[in-house]
Design a protein around this ligand. Structure first.
Ligand SMILES: C=CC1=C(C)c2cc3[nH]c(cc4nc(cc5[nH]c(cc1n2)c(C)c5CCC(=O)O)C(CCC(=O)O)=C4C)c(C)c3C=C
Ligand code: FE2
Length: 387
C-alpha cells in the first residue's frame, strides 16, 4: 500500500465576525445551494443575498462568541482519527477540506499533492447524503481532479453516506440515553429529532435522497436506543422564500407544546459537530420558542464531536473503504446539469411563494440595471433626468 490519506469534507464556518460576509458569499455562490437558470446571475445574486443576510448572521455568531467552532472541532476529529488509525498500526495522514471557508478543499488538495499521497479515502462528515452538502463537495473535487494531472495517479474512493453504520448509531444512542437519564421520568420525555432542512424541490424534483436517509437514520437510532419514548422528526434552518421539507422545527415545537408535552430532548441529527445551528438556533431560539409554548424542560443532546465510539467507527470505515471496491465521483448521485433548484418555476396567483420569487427576480433585474447605469452613466434614469 502506498502513502495513505483521508480527506474529511465539511462545510466550514466563519471564525470571526469579519468572515461572515465572505463566508456567506461563498455559500450562496455555490450552484448546489442556489441553482439559477442563468449562470451569470449567480455571483451578483450571491453578493446581494450575502449582503442582505450578513447582519442577521453576524448577530447569531455574536451570540455564540463571535465565530463558528467548526474548524476547531473538525481539527480535533482529524487528530483523533489519525491517532486511532496509528494505534491500530495504520499510517495515514488526515486532511480537512472545507467547502465555504478555511481550510478550503483546494488547500487540502495542495497538501495531499505535496505529501505525495497515493491512496485517498474521501469521507464527508455528513452522515446522510445531500446534493447541497456532500454532493457539492464531490462536484468541486471532481472538477479539481480533472484540472490537475497529478491526481490521475491517486487511487481514491468516496464514501457518499454512512448513517447506517452500527458504530455511529451506537454512539448516537449512548448520547441520547445519557441525556434521557438526567430527566426525573426518562420514559416520559419526548425525543425531538431536528435535522437541517433543504428546499422541497431538491427532494421532489432533483431526487435528493437526503430526506429518505434522514428518516431511515432516525428509525435506526430509535431501534438502537430501544426505549419506549414518543418521538418527532422535524427540519430546521430554513432560508429564503421557497418551500422547504416539512414539518418545520418551529411549528412542530409549538404543536407539541399545545399537546401538553413538558419534557423534551432535542437530537441534532444531520451534523456531527457543534455549530451555529446547535449552539444558537436550537439552544437559544428554539428553547425560547418551546418555553413560550409551555415546554418546561427543554434539553439537547450534544453533537458527537470526538466521541470515542464515533471516532473508532470513522477509523473502521476508513479501513473498510481502503480494502473494498472503490467508488468514483461519477458513481455518486448528481442532479441534472440544467435542473433549477431555486427559484421554483410554477406560477400561482396571489401572495404565494411563486409571486415572492418573481418579485425577487424583477427586483434583481432592476438592481442590476441600476448598477450598470450607475457605472456606465447611461440609461433611462439619466435620460429622464433622475440620475
Ligand atoms: C446536513 C447539513 C446541512 C444541509 C443539508 C445544509 C443545506 C443548506 N444550508 C443552507 C444555507 C445556510 N447554511 C448555513 C450554515 C450551515 N449549514 C450547515 C449544514 C447544512 N446545510 C451547517 C453545519 C452550517 C453552520 C456552519 C457554522 O458556521 O457553524 C448558513 C449560514 C449561517 C446562517 O446565516 O444561518 C446558511 C445561509 C441552504 C440554502 C441549504 C440547502 C440548499
Ligand atoms: Fe446550511
Amino acid at each position: 500500500m502506498g502513502r495513505v490519506g483521508v480527506l474529511l469534507l465539511n462545510l466550514g464556518g466563519p471564525e470571526q465576525l469579519e468572515d461572515v460576509r465572505p463566508f456567506l458569499y461563498n455559500l450562496f455562490s455555490d450552484p448546489e445551494i442556489i441553482r439559477l437558470p442563468f449562470r451569470w446571475l449567480q455571483r451578483p445574486l450571491a453578493w446581494l443575498i450575502s449582503s442582505l443576510r450578513t447582519q442577521k448572521s453576524e448577530d447569531n455568531y455574536r451570540e455564540i462568541g463571535g465565530g463558528s467552532p467548526l474548524r476547531r472541532i473538525t481539527e480535533e476529529q482529524a487528530i483523533a482519527l489519525q491517532d486511532n488509525l496509528q494505534q491500530d498500526g495504520h499510517e495515514a495522514q488526515v486532511y480537512i477540506g472545507m467547502r465555504y471557508w478555511h481550510p478550503f478543499t483546494e488547500e487540502a488538495l495542495e497538501r495531499i499533492k505535496r505529501d505525495r499521497v497515493e491512496e485517498l479515502v474521501i469521507l464527508p462528515l455528513y452522515p446522510q447524503f445531500s446534493i447541497s452538502t456532500s454532493g457539492s463537495s464531490f462536484r468541486l473535487l471532481e472538477k479539481l481532479w480533472q484540472e490537475d494531472p497529478y491526481f490521475e495517479r491517486v487511487k481514491y474512493t468516496v464514501i457518499p453516506s454512512w448513517y447506517k453504520r452500527q458504530g455511529y448509531l451506537n454512539a448516537m444512542a449512548q448520547l441520547i440515553a445519557q441525556e434521557l437519564d438526567r430527566f426525573d421520568n426518562p420514559d416520559g420525555v419526548h425525543i425531538f429529532f431536528s435535522a437541517h432542512g433543504v428546499p422541497s424541490s431538491y427532494v421532489e424534483e432533483a431526487g435528493d435522497p437526503y430526506q429518505r436517509e434522514i428518516e431511515e437514520c432516525t428509525e435506526l437510532i430509535l431501534r438502537t436506543l430501544n426505549r419506549p419514548n414518543e418521538h418527532t422528526l422535524a427540519y430546521q434552518s430554513r432560508v429564503g422564500p421557497v418551500e422547504w421539507i416539512k414539518p418545520y422545527t418551529e411549528e412542530a415545537l409549538v404543536e407539541l407544546g399545545d399537546r401538553g408535552v413538558k419534557d423534551l430532548l432535542v437530537v441534532p441529527i444531520s451534523f456531527v459537530s457543534e455549530h451555529i445551528e446547535t449552539l444558537q438556533e436550537i439552544d437559544i431560539e428554539y428553547r425560547e420558542l418551546a418555553e413560550e409554548a409551555g415546554i418546561d424542560n427543554f434539553q439537547r443532546v450534544p453533537a458527537l464531536n470526538t466521541h470515542p465510539v464515533f471516532i473508532e467507527d470513522l477509523a473502521a470505515m476508513t479501513l473498510e473503504a481502503l480494502d473494498g471496491p472503490s467508488l468514483k465521483f461519477e458513481d455518486v448521485m448528481r442532479p441534472e446539469e440544467n435542473f433549477k433548484m431555486y427559484p421554483q418555476e410554477r406560477w400561482e396567483w396571489g401572495m404565494t411563494t411563486a409571486a415572492e420569487v418573481w418579485n425577487g427576480r424583477l427586483a434583481m433585474i432592476g438592481f442590476i440595471a441600476l448598477l450598470i447605469e450607475l457605472i456606465s452613466g447611461h440609461g433611462p434614469l439619466h435620460y429622464v433626468g433622475l440620475l
